[in-house]
Write a protein that binds this ligand. Structure first.
Ligand SMILES: NC(=O)c1ccc[n+]([C@@H]2O[C@H](COP(=O)([O-])OP(=O)(O)OC[C@H]3O[C@@H](n4cnc5c(N)ncnc54)[C@H](O)[C@@H]3O)[C@@H](O)[C@H]2O)c1
Length: 437
């Protein structure tokens, strides 16, 4: 393909070099004339292992050159990859000035270009930026329509500096957020030779995935450092701890616990988190991330409370009271904390939970009797009794029986789901709301 690459920084220079090596014809664009000059001499504009050789080879083959003229680049290419910087504003926001001026320039060039062209953002931008800024600018300056006259896609880059070429060739994944299928097909062709998993998705998801990735990486670093600091103070080798931790691919390094849903609770996580952060305090070690976990959980319970109260229901049926399905253990279930707040907000709440009812009948609901006695009268004998006449049904855990109960509700009964009982493609009721989806 003929590819124009806007922005010859750490991403753009690598992208330009690698696509030229793959046999594409690449024209780089940058506002810094020094970078344009360097590329036009076959010299890498950045320091990155292996890149000088790639760029020199591409230049010798006549596959790579640069210009300061956006129009020239657009007219000479089928696809434009935007790799400009998106630094922070003074208050931490996302600065999109460079992206916006590139879009204006590409748009103006598109006005003069007959035929189809694809514009792909590779810079990291917040969800909504492509639809809210990029497309309007391209359309305004070109007088053409996205999805008709030109294609638009969001294709985040996952390379890391110092191993950028290897990461380009062996990315963890390829993500293409596509405005339409035709655009997605063009972008996918660029990566056809890669064996990495390919995800074709919406533009917003592609924008968000990149942020989920990077904040998770940052979180992992500080988590490892906080655990390491406590481990060191306790006289052990933190690397041995984390080696064993990371070997657990079932619960630790895995998708477990990463599906957006409700707050954590139960008999272990809250108490163990408290014990470790308390221990860190006694050791004089600051662990702000571990300390912040509880307040994040609390904020989430409050978010659910606010959203449910905003629905205006007076009588709420709460299905699934234990922190997860299949247990009668009510210790620190966040669901009862939510119930407490809904009642304080004026709701009448009826509870249903099969395993909890079993333990009441068996006379073994000791924790309920001894610590949560005020909730016992709120339990209905059956799910049908709990939901009868309810203005709203809250799904608190994923007991398999709840799906049918929800599907059999009278039409238009609102449902607030804390556990995503209904997945993608499922028939969910009309008035169905998820807590974080
Ligand atoms: N650096 C990384 O490792 C990395 C990895 C993945 C994603 N990203 C993301 O990729 C984007 C680019 O990052 P970077 O580190 O390569 O940035 P960078 O600052 O190194 O390079 C950006 C380049 O864009 C040029 N530029 C600015 N305005 C321009 C315009 N109107 N026309 C043409 N060129 C213009 C600048 O002169 C500069 O050379 C950012 O959104 C970043 O978050 C970076």
């Amino acid at each position: 393909m003929n590819i124009s690459v806007f922005g010859l920084g750490y991403v753009g220079a690598v992208v330009a070099g690698c696509f030229a090596r793959d046999g594409h014809t690449v024209i780089g664009v940058d506002v810094r004339s020094s970078k344009v000059d360097m590329l036009n001499r076959g010299v890498s504009p950045i320091v990155e292992p292996g890149l000088p050789e790639l760029i020199a080879a591409g230049w010798r083959q006549g596959l790579i050159r640069a210009t300061g003229d956006a129009e020239e680049a657009v007219l000479a290419s089928d696809i434009s990859l935007i790799c400009v910087g998106t630094p922070s504003t003074a208050d931490g926001g996302l600065q999109t000035d460079f992206l916006e001026s590139v879009c204006a320039e590409i748009g103006a060039a598109l006005a003069k270009k007959p035929g189809y062209h694809v514009v792909v953002d590779r810079s990291t931008i917040l969800p909504g930026t492509v639809e809210g800024k990029m497309i309007p600018l391209l359309e305004r300056h070109s007088g053409k329509r996205a999805g008709v006259d030109f294609g638009v896609a969001m294709n985040p880059e996952f390379l890391r500096e110092s191993s950028a070429i290897k990461d380009f060739d062996e990315p963890p994944k390829t993500v293409i957020g596509e405005y339409d299928e035709r655009t997605g097909d063009v972008v996918a062709q660029l990566y056809a030779r890669l064996s990495a998993p390919l995800f074709r998705t919406s533009i917003r998801v592609a924008e968000m995935v990149k942020y989920a990735d990077n904040v998770f990486h940052a979180l992992k670093i500080v988590f490892g450092n906080e655990i390491g600091s406590i481990a060191k103070a306790c006289g052990m080798d933190s690397h041995e701890v984390m080696r064993i931790f990371c070997a657990d691919r079932k619960l630790n390094i895995s998708p477990a616990y990463l599906r957006p849903g409700f707050a954590y609770g139960g008999s272990c996580l809250p108490k163990d988190l408290r014990a470790l952060t308390h221990h860190a305090r006694t050791l004089g070690i600051a662990v702000p991330v571990l300390d912040g976990i509880g307040s994040s959980n609390e904020a989430h319970i409050q978010r659910a409370t606010g959203e449910i109260l905003d629905l205006g229901a007076r009588t709420v049926a709460f299905l699934g009271v234990a922190f997860k399905a299949g247990t009668d253990d009510l210790r620190e279930t966040p669901n009862l904390e939510l119930v407490k707040r809904l009642r304080a907000g004026g709701c009448t709440v009826r509870l249903y939970d099969g395993p909890v009812l079993d333990s009441i009948q068996a006379g073994t609901a000791f924790y309920l009797e001894e610590h949560l006695a005020e909730y016992k009268p709120l339990f209905a004998a059956t799910a049908a009794e709990a939901v009868a006449g309810a203005d709203l049904v809250v799904v608190g855990n994923a007991a398999p029986e709840f799906r049918k109960i929800i599907q059999d509700l009278p039409p238009r009964t609102p449902v607030y789901d804390l556990v995503r009982l209904f997945g993608n493609g499922d028939m969910a009721p009309d008035n169905y709301r998820g807590i974080c989806w």
